[in-house]
Design a binder for this molecule. Structure first.
Ligand SMILES: C[S@@+](CC[C@H](N)C(=O)[O-])C[C@H]1O[C@@H](n2cnc3c(N)ncnc32)[C@H](O)[C@@H]1O
Length: 284
């Protein structure tokens, strides 16, 4: 795999893939309500053929396989070898016959044709989203469906914005970023998503907001939950990128600032951060 998505391919085979793999159970637990809502919107039926785009460690791939049953088929495609490896282990352990392809969903052969193109947070990383979605649509049946979940704006997602706010006075100012650059918030703008999907040939595009708190950290006490939340945030997610390359002293001060911000959201058994997504549906 190489080409326009090379930077993302390196990230998801490097630090991004390693930390998502290490925290797979925790992340799946955190995203459970989001999975459920996206799968409900996908209206999966027994016997269908489904492509799970950017399937990662396979949580939704396995759920989809259970929903389509033995008469259907599910293919997961992802660029990340470590995450697909985890998906393979889980599928084997569950005795589920899913196909897992290590490939760039933007331009690799995808098999099909599929009744449903599905994704949980796996489609915001394409360098050329119109080309990628045009390619994906070609793998769908003429009356096939698209259903995916993506994040709304960082400002509506405390898990994304809070570390930035907490570190504002500690870190040198970050260079301005292009809000449409590949990354978790690339599909935050409703108009942009509509334009991309319509340019790729999808019809009846609809975006519905979905909000639920994300639980960071667990513990028997508020302090233990806070420690756990901080340990998680330091290993996976936006804080890791903010702290990359900084010395130990700054890291210590930064983590203290994030802990103080988390403390405002801590309950007796966890830290709960606001999260806001779109559920996007369309016809191929
Ligand atoms: C935020 S993770 C979500 C993973 C999984 N869907 C989940 O919800 O746990 C994004 C996933 O998209 C994958 N990805 C990024 N760019 C991709 C591409 N061009 N083709 C296929 N997968 C891609 C990454 O490797 C990663 O597994």
């Amino acid at each position: 795999m190489s080409g326009a998505n090379q930077q993302q391919i390196e990230h998801w085979n490097g630090p991004g893939g390693a930390s998502w793999r290490r925290h797979q159970e925790r992340l799946d637990d955190m995203f459970a309500a989001f999975s459920e809502a996206a799968l409900r919107a996908a209206a999966v039926r027994p016997g269908e053929r489904v492509l799970d785009v950017g399937c990662g460690a396979g949580a939704t791939t396995l759920a989809l396989a259970g929903m389509v049953g033995p008469g259907g088929a599910v293919v997961g495609v992802d660029v990340s070898a470590p995450l697909l490896g985890r998906a393979r282990e889980r599928a084997d352990a569950a005795g589920l016959a899913v196909e897992l392809r290590l490939a760039d969903a933007a331009d690799a052969p995808l098999g099909g044709p599929y009744d449903l193109l599905f994704s949980r947070f796996g489609v915001m990383f394409f360098a050329d989203p119109v080309a990628a979605f045009t390619h994906l649509r070609a793998a769908a049946k003429p009356d096939g469906r698209l259903a995916f979940m993506c994040w709304r704006a960082a400002a509506d997602n405390d898990w994304g914005a809070l570390p930035h706010r907490a570190l504002r006075d500690l870190l040198p100012p970050l260079p301005p970023t292009d809000p449409s650059a590949p990354g978790p918030f690339a599909f935050a703008d409703r108009g942009r998503v509509l334009a991309i999907l319509e340019a790729a040939g999808f019809r009846d595009v609809a975006l519905a907001p979905f909000d639920a708190p994300l639980r960071f950290g667990r513990g028997d006490s508020r302090e233990a939950a806070l420690d756990d939340a901080l340990a998680q945030a330091a290993e996976v997610g936006p804080l890791t990128r903010l702290l990359a390359g900084h010395d130990d002293d700054l890291r210590r001060r930064a983590l203290a600032a994030v802990r103080a911000a988390f403390a405002e959201r801590a309950g007796p058994d966890g830290v709960f951060l606001r999260a806001a997504a779109w559920i996007v549906t369309a016809r191929a």
